[in-house]
Design a protein around this ligand. Structure first.
Ligand code: 9G3
Length: 569
């Protein structure tokens, strides 16, 4: 491709409203342009990368026997009403009406559409299992789209849905997809970790998220420093053997703690450490009040609370509700003397001896608090967020945190959708059964941004060859020099004939401008044709390492092929 005519509008300065590297670099390298918040045009350079990623995704999906199709982005509301999600989904679901005033949604995901397709086209176990996938634009009206393609309102996803007659068949497909995803993310050059995740609103049970490690990632991963255990922090189980101290229990005493409300204020007022304080939170679980107790230095993991109490919704009490139910302000509540409110506690509370808790009275706390004597706990549960330094729940090593960008997710959906939509099949006994489903997503446009987050330096992008928009950036340094131009032209032809993808910078620009743009665009190898053209010598630069090599044109193709091979390891 001749750069003179190639639409790649590079920018020198960093755009003000771009806060992360991939967003800044995709704008500066002329890959994307914003049309509205979270809505972008993919310019030719980005389109080439998307095509490479999509090709890798297709190869890995097709290899498993999955079948590609394309579903509509315009979904009739009726389908979403069948599963109840038309009403459940809030502002994130983009809704519109057509000229006949019929209601539609712009598809954020396709469980409803695919399940209605299968309902009408499969009715025998002999036709299962089936895995259908598409690569297509999704719409989700994020409240705060940001970070460029990392969290847009219109984005490209590969979404796959599998249908099974048995749970074993689903389990098998889940592993197949898990492996295919590992292949995809390895091939696009990402450093990633599959993590145990939370199935969220869509129900179902097992689910793993594929996390690309990056400081800007919004998800926190808890992983073991000596095993392959890794979980989204929302799901990481805490398995600690708490030891009860053998200090003698003191008598219960109410003390004046004045204005001290927060854990820190109470701890400093009473000159104790936070782990002696019992933190009490009043939570509405479905429709009942629950007093949740944690050790003062731990944080409540609300996802765990919801799972452990099998709740469909939980909500923290407002200050007024706390006053009504417990007769005290939030900073002075505790379990002692509490009637007709269920009390649950994290396991760490069980071993607190001579602790402190709110006295359910103004400016007062209890000291010398001993669980079992002064109050009872109905259930001890794993309710706290895991912390760095905790033992890994698999018993191997210690927990460390890392930030991740979720680029893929695999779910075992079960029959959540097929039951609601009547997608059934006749089993070998002729009995009607709901199809058992799995679903699997890869954020294709998000993956491009994640690759840039992991492969860039202060001068620009450093594309892995597998997804680079071109392999070689060929620079003719002085377009007024006949020798340099003719050598560049012949190399351009030769390298392309040999199957290399070449971006040929033939613009009437100074060498410095060409070097800066080449670093920014970040193709794996730059070949500069300059002063030594008359000796048949060109200068190669490896973008990833900065290595500079002078090469005679007779060895150029061989050297380029070897270097690309080395960079692809
Ligand atoms: C919605 C809106 C946003 C959503 C969903 C529905 C996320 C929704 C979860 C999934 C699950 C899997 C198939 C591919 C892989 C992910 N955000 N999810 O269901 F209406 Cl507005 O999409 N779907």
């Amino acid at each position: 491709m001749r750069q003179q005519y190639f639409l790649v509008p590079t920018m020198r300065d960093v755009p003000a409203d771009a806060d992360v590297a991939s967003h800044q670099l995709m704008l500066r390298a002329g890959m994307i342009r914003q049309v509205a918040a979270g809505v972008y045009t993919y310019l030719p350079l980005a389109k080439r990368v998307l095509h490479k990623v999509e090709t890798i995704v297709r190869e890995e999906m097709d290899r498993t026997g999955a079948q590609e199709l394309t579903m509509p982005t315009l979904h009739p509301a009726e389908l979403w009403q069948e599963t109840g999600r038309w009403d459940v989904m809030g502002g994130e679901l983009i809704r519109l009406t057509d000229r006949h005033n019929r209601h539609f949604a712009l598809g954020p995901t396709h469980e409803e559409v695919i399940t209605s397709l299968l309902r009408d086209s499969i009715n025998s176990y002999k036709k299962l299992p089936l895995n259908l996938y598409q690569i297509q634009t999704k719409f989700r009206d994020e409240r705060r789209p940001r970070f460029g393609l990392l969290r847009g309102r219109e984005f490209i996803m590969k979404d796959a849905y599998s249908f099974h007659a048995t749970q074993e068949s689903l389990d098998e497909e889940y592993q197949t997809m898990y492996k295919a995803y590992s292949n995809v993310f390895a091939r696009v050059g990402l450093t990633f970790r599959p993590v145990i995740a939370d199935s969220g609103a869509i129900g179902g049970k097992d689910t793993h998220e594929f996390m690309a490690l990056a400081e800007v990632g919004e998800d926190t991963i808890a992983y073991s420093d000596s095993s392959d255990y890794a979980a989204n922090i929302e799901m990481a189980a805490v398995k600690v053997n708490y030891v009860k101290s053998d200090e003698a229990p003191l008598t219960l005493q109410k003390v004046d703690t004045g204005e001290a409300k927060t854990i820190e204020e109470v701890a400093s007022k009473l000159n104790v450490t936070a782990d002696k304080i019992i933190k009490s939170l009043l939570v509405q679980v479905d429709n009942e009040w629950v007093l949740v107790l944690l050790r003062g230095d731990h944080e409540l993991n609300d996802i765990k609370l919801k799972h452990e109490l099998n709740a469909s919704s939980i909500r923290f009490a407002t200050a007024d509700e706390v006053e009504q139910v417990l007769g005290a302000t939030i900073g002075n509540i505790g379990p002692i003397g509490v009637k007709d409110v269920k009390i649950v506690a994290d396991h760490a509370v069980e071993v607190i001896v001579n602790g402190i808790c709110g006295a359910n009275a103004t400016n007062s706390h209890f000291i010398g608090v001993n669980v079992g004597r002064d109050f009872d706990v109905e259930q001890y549960l794993d309710l706290r967020f895991i912390q760095e330094g905790d033992p890994s729940p698999d018993g191997n090593g210690t927990i460390r945190f890392a930030q991740g960008i979720e680029v893929g997710q695999v779910f075992k959906l079960g029959t959540v959708y097929s039951e609601k939509m009547g997608a059934t099949f006749l089993d070998e006994n002729g009995k009607s059964q709901p199809m058992i489903m799995g679903c699997y997503g890869i954020g294709v446009s998000r993956t491009v941004a994640a690759v840039i987050e992991q492969h860039h330096d202060e001068d620009g992008i450093q594309w892995p060859p597998s997804v680079a928009p071109f392999h070689i950036h060929l620079l003719a340094l002085n377009m007024k020099n006949e020798e340099q131009v003719s050598l560049s032209e012949s190399l351009y032809e030769q390298l392309q004939k040999a199957g290399l993808e070449v971006l040929y910078d033939d613009r009437p620009e100074r060498a410095g401008v060409k070097f800066k743009d080449a670093d920014l665009i970040g193709l794996p190898i730059r070949v500069a044709v300059g002063k030594k053209a008359n000796e048949g010598i060109v200068e190669m630069k490896i973008r990833k390492t900065g290595e500079m090599i002078e090469v005679h044109v007779d060895e150029l193709l061989q050297t380029l092929t070897e270097q690309l091979e080395r960079l692809s390891q």
